[in-house]
Write a protein that binds this ligand. Structure first.
Ligand code: NDP
Length: 528
């Protein structure tokens, strides 16, 4: 590769010369596939290339995964958990290179890259600790008390396809793969074509942790080719991405009669009640709206503030936003990094410009910053936004948020719920009990009180996902593990066939069964 600004940056990182080429070379293809250039948003220059896998390459990867899964399924849950715990350790030990790769691929700030790193060992430890009991055989009531019994076993579905986006390429490649592996499945992961190297680096660490060869495969290339081929070959799909792509994934999974989880977009509301502390809420709004330059599915994009707190909140929010530092250093410091590419920058710019054309006021930001990086955009706060404008209704997925005064809690709830999406929301108040009460009224999969999203995401024991256009299914918690298993019921009779014994007349047996049914109905209310 000719010496470019990107190659100069690479030399200053911990990424060794030839490392990215080495990672790309691990993807097995038939040789018929072309290659795709990978560029860094830090300088908008190429940093490497990956194979554009064909449908046959994908099918072959799933076949390899399926062969490896047969032995993995026979390992105990504790053996599988030990490997995932070691993987969590390795992610922490190799954080310097992983942070550099994430920053290079996404242009995000190092502090937000670190959030991705920390998530993986925590997820490993949670499922390693809780997985064995969640997957243990469960005794259930039999058909007839004492005469029969029932046991439920949880068996891996087989091969899980994980399709992940570019915005959190490390976390979102692994957070769904870890429980899938723990449950005894193989995984074939399709990362976004813009951010393939971090997934490949993680695959290396999984093998170093002791994961058997072939069990975790990566297929790269364009989603429109690789995605459908993957859905046609696997037994379950865990998809994270945009709502429209999610619909096509669901349609294809439905045709194949396989299950899927869909973690999709959001237009997340934040509700600031009349008793909220404006400074605290403003701090939360900055963290929520501008983490990862707003390219976060959980980020608030609509803030409804009780009009008794509106001015104080807006002053504090605008002040804190203007103090944010933009930058693309490969070190802790700047809080706001780059957007992913030029198309995305154009989309963000268009949302803001059309809102302003429709009468919105810019309280902060509103400009691209090519002086900082080719795709950087200022953290932007809008007010007086037309509720029908694109920025009010559609996901921007950038550092852009609108503030709206509301006349009280009822209007705040009504406007928060006025969306097709339902991913994440937050409620701000000094009365946490009141906050939890308001949270119950908001139609979202997660509602955080006095925090924009971290307290919900990092509660690994609690399910996370969306309603409405934000998706189907849940990750995290027992729900995030049970999606990857088939429940099998083994029912045993202690008295032979549950039928009239020889010599008993059908009339007598019918009477007996009616009596038994009435007793069982009574018992059902009292027996736990
Ligand atoms: P996309 O839906 O465009 O892409 C997501 C993934 O799907 C990529 O790997 C992409 O591949 C792949 N893909 C593209 N076409 C298909 C297809 N036909 N079949 C199967 N897979 C396909 O998402 P974005 O790039 O727009 O990602 C951002 C979106 O993700 C936002 O809407 C955001 O809100 C959402 N998101 C949701 C999260 C959640 O937990 N709810 C978390 C993070 C993001 P490729 O790009 O390589 O072509």
């Amino acid at each position: 590769m000719a010496r470019t600004n990107a190659s100069r940056i690479l030399e200053e990182t911990t990424i060794e010369s030839g490392r990215l080429e080495g990672l790309a070379a691990r993807i097995e293809t038939s040789g018929d596939s072309s290659s795709l250039e990978v560029r860094t948003p830090v300088t908008d220059e190429p940093i490497g290339a990956i194979p554009a896998c064909t449908a046959d390459d994908v099918a072959a990867a799933v076949d390899r995964a399926r062969s490896a899964q047969a032995d993995w399924e026979r390992a105990t849950v504790d053996q599988r958990a030990a490997i995932l715990e070691r993987f969590g350790d390795l992610v922490l030990n190799h954080r310097a290179e992983l942070l550099d790769v994430v920053q290079l691929e996404t242009g995000k700030s190092r502090q937000h890259a670190l959030e991705e790193i920390l998530d993986v060992p925590l997820t490993c430890s949670y499922y390693a600790a809780k997985g064995p009991s969640i997957l243990a055989d469960a005794d259930r009531s039999g058909a007839i008390p004492l005469a029969s019994e029932a046991t439920v076993t949880y068996d891996p579905v087989g091969v899980v396809g994980v399709i992940s986006p570019w915005n959190y390429p490390l976390t979102l490649a692994m957070t769904d793969a870890i429980p899938a592996l723990l449950a005894g499945n193989a995984v074939v992961c399709k990362p976004d074509e813009r951010t393939p190297f971090i997934a490949l680096a993680l695959a290396d660490l999984l093998v170093a942790a002791g994961l058997p060869d072939g069990l975790f495969q990566i297929v790269t290339g364009e989603g429109a080719t690789v995605g459908p081929a993957l859905i046609d070959a696997v037994d379950y799909v865990a998809f994270t991405g945009g709502t429209e792509t999610g619909r096509t994934v669901a349609e294809r999974a439905g045709r194949n009669l396989i299950d899927c989880s869909l973690e999709l977009g959001g237009k997340n509301p934040m509700v600031v009640l009349d008793d909220a502390d404006p400074e605290t809420a403003a701090r939360g709004a900055v963290k929520g709206a501008f983490t990862n330059a707003g390219q976060l599915c959980l980020a608030p994009e609509r803030i409804y503030v009780d009009d008794r707190r509106y001015d104080e909140f807006v002053d504090a929010f605008v002040g804190a936003t203007r103090r944010l530092e933009l930058g693309l250093e490969f070190d802790y410091g700047p809080e706001v990094g780059s957007l992913i590419d030029g198309d995305h920058l154009e989309g963000v710019r268009e949302h803001v410009e059309s809102a302003v054309a429709d009468g919105a006021s810019l309280l902060s930001g509103g400009r691209a910053r090519p002086d900082v990086g080719p795709f950087c955009y200022e953290p932007t706060i809008l007010a007086d936004v037309d509720p029908d404008s694109r920025v009010a209704c559609e996901e921007t997925f950038g550092p852009v948020v609108s503030v709206y005064p509301v006349s009280g809690v009822d209007e705040a709830i009504e406007r928060a719920n006025d969306s097709e999406y339902g991913l994440n929301a937050s409620v701000w108040t000094t009365d946490r009990e009141r906050g939890r009460g308001v949270a119950r009224e908001i139609d979202c999969g997660t509602v955080c009180v006095n925090d924009p999203y971290t307290v919900g995401w990092a509660a690994t024991d609690a399910p996370m996902g969306g309603v409405g256009d934000s998706g189907l299914g849940r990750r995290h918690g027992p729900e995030g593990l049970r999606r990857y298993v088939d429940a099998r019921t083994i029912a045993t009779s202690r008295i032979g066939p549950l039928d009239a014994p020889p010599g008993v007349s059908p009339r007598w047996f019918a009477r007996f069964m009616l009596g038994l049914t009435m007793v069982q109905r009574r018992l059902a209310r009292w027996v736990p």
